[in-house]
Design a protein around this ligand. Structure first.
Ligand SMILES: *Cc1c(COP(=O)(O)O)cnc(C)c1O
Length: 361
């Protein structure tokens, strides 16, 4: 077998370095075969939720639910929290997909859009006053733009009646979510957490629970098994409405525990150090430059570079060294590269990648 490459694609990405051991232990404990109504499952569920709460510093009036993916949450938000209108801050492919999902669900969805690599400015005129949910993508994985938390606080003041929704798929747990300014947040586990795909985490506060109740009382459907009332009814019993991804829930709890033991401050410092190494490399390099030109918008967890003369020679040369970053997203496939800077990517690996990038001109 060929040597396995270091995967630096921004999702799915390399597994967190402790996953292999946790997986072995899970098999020894027969985790994939246990009943989701057993005492063992509720222990796993409780531990995972507790670790996620600690890691993301989630206040007690927020609830934590498990879904199949972040994509599912887009649909659930439309189904549970919006009767008529939503607002979307669009600055790349994922925020755009969220907007499209709302439209497909019959929502009167409004968007403001930025040029690639930038963020649109949210003003009092950006959206109708009566939008029910305002959607932000904290870290746009397609462009490497990270939204400053101040922008979200300002939007909260401009649209006080709207539920603020935050996609933290490719930034949690690095992101320090201001739960005063955010009512619901969600992520999938195959990005920063370095876990196998197939599990989403949806965090909602009581304002969301209330809104779902109002929508239901007004005679609208909230969907079935993954409606907020159905999820909440089971979550208080440390269970889920359906048979969940038990192995995924188990592994997430273990990895979140490992990250807690390491310390979130250490994890954040390392992330910043490694991203600085990467952006310094882009600055020095004759034919690479960050897609996000404004420093305050440059993502710490997904670094996207424009490649003069195309991305292919970079991807090829790096592959020979066993390094596999992502290509550009969608239409930018051949002109950009995307580098995941997740907790499992070591300082040594990022320094090696930077050295190898400098050898390509
Ligand atoms: C990957 C990604 C998603 C979608 O995640 P799925 O697990 O495929 O549902 C949504 N938002 C962002 C920002 C992402 O990077």
């Amino acid at each position: 077998m060929k040597n396995r490459p270091f995967i630096l694609v921004p999702g799915p990405s390399a597994l967190y370095f402790t996953v292999e051991d946790h997986l072995k232990e899970a098999l020894a404990l027969q985790v994939p075969s246990i009943s989701h109504r057993s005492e063992f499952y509720t222990e796993i569920h409780r531990e995972t939720v507790s670790n996620i709460r600690k890691l993301l510093n989630i206040p007690s009036d927020f609830h934590v639910f498990f879904t199949g993916s972040a994509t599912e949450v887009w649909e659930r938000i439309a189904q549970n929290l919006i009767i008529a209108k939503s607002g979307h801050v669009v600055n790349g492919a994922f925020s755009k997909k969220n907007f499209e999902a709302a439209k497909a669900m019959g929502v009167d969805a409004h968007k403001i859009e930025a040029v690639e690599g930038d963020l649109p400015n949210v003003t009092a005129e950006s959206f109708p006053k009566d939008i029910e949910v305002l959607n932000f993508t904290h870290n746009e994985t397609s462009t490497g733009v990270m939204t400053p938390m101040d922008n979200i606080r300002e939007a909260r003041n401009l649209y006080p009646d709207a539920i603020i929704s935050l996609d933290v798929v490719s930034s949690a747990p690095y992101v320090d979510i201001d739960f005063e300014a955010v009512d619901t947040a969600y992520f999938s586990v195959q990005k920063c957490f370095g876990l196998p795909a197939g599990l989403g985490v949806w965090i909602v506060n009581d304002r969301c629970v209330q809104k779902a109740k109002e929508k239901s009382q007004a005679g609208h459907s909230l969907g079935s098994y993954h409606s907020i009332p159905s999820l909440l009814k089971m979550a208080v019993k440390d269970q889920t409405p359906e048979t969940p991804n038990v192995l995924g829930v188990y592994l997430l709890g273990k990895v979140a525990g490992d990250m807690l033991n390491k310390g979130l401050d250490v994890l954040r410092r390392e992330t910043i150090y490694k991203s600085t190494v990467l952006y310094e490399t882009l600055k020095k390099h004759p034919s690479l430059s960050p897609l996000a030109e404004k420093e305050e918008l440059q993502s710490k967890t997904v670094v996207v570079a424009k490649c003069e003369g195309g991305s292919e020679r970079f991807l090829k040369a790096l592959a020979e060294k066993g390094l596999q970053p992502g290509s550009g997203y969608g239409g930018a496939k051949n002109t950009q590269i995307r580098i995941a800077n997740f907790p499992t990517h070591s300082k040594e690996l990022i320094e090696m990648l930077s050295d190898e990038l400098m050898k390509i001109d």
